[in-house]
Design a protein around this ligand. Structure first.
Ligand code: PYC
Length: 316
């Protein structure tokens, strides 16, 4: 029996974007390095991933976070992030959700914590006001001014950058970044991602670019820019996207448009804001920080009956 029912989860949203933290009952991935445990999750327990986040128990917008025992004794947790179509390297809004959930469960104190992820260790601070600062993995711009021809849309020029996931960042979106335009924003960003894939335009080592990020002027003049972020699959980030904000700040630093220590206020599609800043890292990389807030919305037990035809979720 693959599923060990029930699976105990705590749901939260980080400025609009949901995170479902698996507290207990998840797959037993052993105790090896986190990259090996991710591989085991992917190869042996993938139906559990989809069962946890996909309909009918979740939805395409939910990001799951499987809590694991950390390898290093001074880490507070290890975590693998996933969504309806697969696994994420890092997740900024999800890390804020994880710390908020651990605080809700009485398992985390205010202060600095080390969190192990498949793409490296992040340091995250739970503040007195319950906001969280995530010091993300080193981020960088791989290529600038990359032009891609997109069938039915024309050409888009953008940057390829790493912020814990691979992003293609575009500053000439096909329409205004408003919630009312979400269908058009989704369709065009999916078309761009497909065009990148079919034209062999990739991240380092041929990694597929699975996040597309559009930018425009902010709606609120106190903010630095507004974004719309397509996540792997066909949903968009309701928050300003922590890894996407990290990738953006890496590009701005590379262009000399963001100085270490300066504040970058990233406005998302709902108008919520992550406050970001960078420190200069080695070899042109930046060490990005983003600060945001999550709220716990539910604590539940997911049930998986053996004869349920949608035990592993609905695949669209
Ligand atoms: O906040 O990094 C993020 C993120 C990635 C995908 C959805 N949210």
């Amino acid at each position: 029996m693959l599923f060990r029912s029930p699976i105990h989860v705590v749901d939260s949203h980080t400025q609009g974007e949901p995170t479902r933290v698996v507290v207990s009952g998840g797959p037993d991935l052993g105790t090896g390095p986190i990259e090996e445990r991710l591989e085991r999750f992917r190869s042996e327990f993938d139906p559990i991933r989809s069962g946890i986040v996909c309909e009918p128990r979740g939805s395409e917008v939910v990001v799951g976070a499987l809590l694991l025992e950390p390898v290093q004794s001074d880490s507070s947790a290890a975590v693998i992030f996933f969504n309806d179509v697969g696994y994420l390297g890092m997740c900024g809004h999800g890390t804020i959700g994880v710390l908020t959930t651990l605080a809700y469960l009485g398992r985390m104190e205010v202060g600095l914590h080390k969190i192990e992820t498949p793409v490296g260790i992040v340091r995250a601070t739970l503040h007195e006001d319950q906001s969280v600062t995530v010091e993300n993995v080193p981020s960088y711009r791989l290529r600038s001014n990359v032009t891609v021809a997109v069938p039915n849309y024309g050409s888009f020029t953008g940057d390829i950058a790493w912020g814990g996931n691979w992003f293609f960042l575009v500053s000439n979106p096909p329409c205004a970044l408003t919630l009312g335009n979400r269908a058009e924003l989704l369709a065009s960003s999916i078309a761009i991602r497909n065009a990148l894939e079919s034209q062999g335009i990739a991240g380092a080592g041929g990694a597929s670019i699975d996040h597309i990020e559009f930018f425009s002027e902010p709606q609120d003049a106190r903010n630095s820019a507004r974004n719309f972020v397509l996540c792997p699959g066909a949903s968009f980030d309701r928050s300003p996207c922590g890894t996407g904000t990290s990738a953006k700040m890496a590009c701005l630093y590379d262009e000399g448009r963001l100085q270490p220590g300066a504040c970058w206020r990233q406005e998302g599609i709902l108008g919520t804001v992550f406050e970001g800043s960078i420190r200069a890292g080695a070899g042109g990389e930046v060490e990005p920080s983003i600060r945001g807030r999550a709220w716990v919305t539910a604590e539940s037990k997911l049930l998986f009956a053996e004869d349920d035809p949608f035990l592993a979720g609905i695949k669209f």
